[in-house]
Every structure is written in C-alpha cells, then in structure tokens.
Design a protein around this ligand. Structure first.
Ligand code: NIG
Ligand code: FE
Length: 425
C-alpha cells in the first residue's frame, strides 16, 4: 500500500511525526477512547473508555487500558485529553477517473435532475487519460481522505468500461487499497448502445478475466437506465464464480430489485438504499449473523448509506431510522466520485447522517467506522481493541459528538495508519 506522504515538521507542530512503526508507541492521556467493542465500556456499541491509553506494537493495538497503568513504550503521543477514534472505513468510493463535472453539479443546483447520464462523460475523459494522471488523482483523493481520518478506503473501477481500461483502473486502485471493486457494469457504454446483452457477455467474459486478478469485489449499478435485475444477477454470479465478493448499487434513483437481489446473493453490502419498500427492509433485517460487535449481532448484508450523493444531487435522504429500528446494520460512506458526490470527507457524511437522517452521533460514528468494516467483511479495522490494526485518529475535540456538532471544521488533529503517525493536516 502506498504510504501517506510525509511533510516537514513546521514550527508550532504539537506532535513530532514518527516515521517508522518499529518499537512500541503509547498514545496516552486520551479523554474519550472509542473502541467499538460492544460491552467494553459505556456508550453502547461505541465501547467508550474515559481517561484511557493505547499501546501500539508492530502496527497493531497491543493493549488498551486506563491512563493510570500505562505500560512502558519506546515512544509516546500525548493526546492531551482529546477524543481518539478508530480511523474511518470508507467502504464505497470511485477514485479512478479523469475530469470533473462541476458544470453538471451547477445545473443540478439550478434544478436539473440527476440521472446518472454524466457517467459517460467521465468514461470518455478516463479512457483518454494516461496511467500516471489516473494514479495522481487516486493518490490525491486518498491523501485528502486520510487527512480527514479515513484509514481504509474501498476503490471501484467503472469509468473505463473496456477490457483494457477496467483492468488498468483496478491495477492502479490496487496500488492504494486492498479493497478494490470491479464495476464494469456501471452503465452500458455508448459503443454497446442497444446491445446490452452483448455488453453483459463481454463483462462476464474477457473483462472479468482481466479485472479479477486486481479485484476483491464485484459491483453492479442495478437501476433503471443502467442494468436490470437479470443482467445484474448474471454479472454478479460470474464474479462470485471466480471468488469475488458481491456488492450492489441498489435503489438509488427509485424503487427497484437491487436490495433484494443483494440479499439473495449474500452481498456484503447494498449501497445507496434511498428508495426502500417494506419488503426490502424486511429482507435486510432477516439476515442476522451472531457476533459480539453489536447487541444481537449484525446483518450479513449491510445497508451502506451515502448521504453525500443525496446532498450533491439534491435528493431525499435515505431513511436511516427505519433501517436501524428494524435491526439492519448500517454503514456510512462517501461515494466519492466526480458526478453524484465529489467529497472524500467522512466527517461531512457523519454530520449529514445526524442532521438529515436522524442517526444519533454514536450511530453515525459507529456506521462510519465499524459499519464500514462490516460492509467490507473486515474484522481488523473499524475498532480499537487488542489485535486490531492501529488505525486511529486523534480529534481536536473532547468527544466524538463534535464531529456532528461542529460540521465543516477540520477536527482531525492526527492520524495513525498501521501505527505510523501521518502528516498533520
Ligand atoms: O454511486 N450511481 C452510480 N454510480 C455513482 C455515480 C457515478 C457518477 O455520476 O459518475 C454513484 O452515485
Ligand atoms: Fe457509487
């Protein structure tokens, strides 16, 4: 994985960035530590500990306890009473693209609807871009996200839509993330207009063969104007047959079969979930898995909500309360892409979820960390308990509540990724 670029220490820096993860590192004087270990502390699933400390060894959390009995360590970071949280897990992002669609955004703000039609504009620009231009964009957005607390980010292809362009998108994505997703079925490209069956055959055949070596997941945009349920099922099944896990862009622009298709196929996540029927919610809620990460476990198929997309397309927000009250596991992610949601900011999504989707701050923080990990079927991130990756953020604030209470404020003081302190913003 590509490292977060170091920058020289500036006068006035409170913490001196360490540049290695050898030896032990103690983060102490933590006013509020969010562990996401259910039952481990107060605050329900956030597992909050007060006046805490945390020891990192070899890039993982080796010990969590009271600041009163901290073990010896080679190095120390003083959190100065601030809140420390697991790094955000952004489980849905489209970072491999060229060009921007600012004019399309302006037109939407003036009343134009979002239809997904602009995807083809980005496909044209992406196909024309050199590898290094695409790589530079992924690096820039990855860095931007890290500065806002994101330590794990899923990256999709989907703006190439030829065998060669999908394969190179994923090859580049894999330089930056372990969670790469093949989205050859984003839309039917112009050269296959009126021949969707031929495009689906190509996606399942040579395109999947070229993409699979660089991908962990397969995704389909199952929506009117993109792929219908039969095409989506066929493509996802081909991906499963070569060992890829399933995710679905579902029920974004209107009601549809995407969510139930995802549940039927055992998808790790169905994403967007903006227009849900009672049957969709029931199908999601019925799939329970035993685990100690939340009270009563979590649902096998996570509902990943992407409020940046509703913000940027001026659409109604998904009904998070209805999903949570039904017992569905909810994740929050950015959907970072040049069309429907050009933000890399998980704090922004947390604030939107609290203000516009009636999630409590604790639910939103859990969804943006442990929820994202569940959506990626990962147990090594999204929590700060013994054995987890030492991916964490120190806030310039005393509590996780401030992420929603102080929207738009750069509250991320310091990020550790694999135990290595990154540049301060
Ligand atoms: O998740 N809905 C499909 N894909 C993206 C949008 C891509 C675009 O508009 O460029 C999404 O919102
Ligand atoms: Fe998306």
């Amino acid at each position: 994985m590509t490292g977060f670029p170091e920058r020289p220490v500036r006068p006035g820096d409170r913490l001196r960035p360490a540049v290695r993860n050898s030896g032990s590192l103690l983060v102490d004087n933590i006013g509020e530590l969010v562990t996401n270990s259910f039952g481990a502390g107060e605050g329900g699933p956030l597992g909050i500990r007060r006046n805490a400390a945390l020891l990192v060894e070899d890039g993982v959390v080796a010990w969590v306890g009271s600041a009163r009995d901290t073990p010896a360590a080679d190095r120390r970071i003083d959190a100065e009473g601030a809140a420390v949280l697991p790094g955000f897990v952004d489980s849905h992002a489209h970072l491999v693209f060229a060009g921007d669609r600012a004019a399309e955004f302006a037109a939407r703000m003036a009343g134009e609807p979002y239809t997904g039609g602009g995807i083809r504009t980005t496909v044209g620009a992406t196909r024309a871009a050199a590898d290094d231009e695409l790589r530079a964009t992924v690096r820039r957005l990855r860095t931007e996200a890290m500065r806002q607390g994101t330590t794990t980010i899923e990256i999709k292809s989907g703006y190439g839509l030829t065998v060669a362009d999908e394969a190179r998108s994923l090859r580049i994505a894999a330089e930056f993330s372990e969670d790469t997703t093949f989205l050859g079925a984003h839309v039917v490209p112009a050269e296959y207009a009126n021949r969707p069956d031929d495009y689906v055959s190509m996606v399942c055949g040579p395109m999947l063969a070229a993409a699979a070596p660089y991908a962990r997941w397969i995704d389909v945009f199952c929506e009117r104007g993109a792929f219908d349920v039969d095409h989506a099922r066929a493509i996802l099944a081909c991906g499963q047959a070569v060992g890829l896990g399933v995710r679905v862009h579902a029920n974004q622009l209107g009601p549809g079969p995407g969510v139930q298709l995802g549940v039927e196929l055992g998808a790790a996540s169905v994403d967007h979930c903006t227009h849900l029927s009672d049957a969709d919610v029931e199908a999601l809620a019925a799939q329970r898995v035993d685990c100690m990460c939340t009270e009563g476990g979590h649902t096998a198929t996570v509902a990943t909500l992407l409020p940046g997309a509703e913000f940027s397309t001026r659409s109604p927000y998904p009904d998070a309360r209805r999903l949570l009250d039904a017992g569905v596991t909810v994740a929050l992610a950015t959907d970072c892409n040049p069309g429907s949601s050009y933000t890399s900011s998980m704090p922004f999504c947390v604030a939107l979820a609290v203000r516009e989707m009636r999630m409590t701050p604790a639910e939103a923080v859990w969804a943006a960390t442990a929820g994202g990990a569940a959506a990626l079927r990962r147990t090594d991130v999204g929590r700060l308990t013994r054995g987890a990756r030492a991916d964490l953020m120190i806030l310039d604030a005393p509590s996780h509540l401030h992420l929603a209470y102080r929207p738009g404020v750069p509250l991320i003081r310091q990020v550790l990724h694999n135990g290595v302190p990154q540049c301060r913003p």
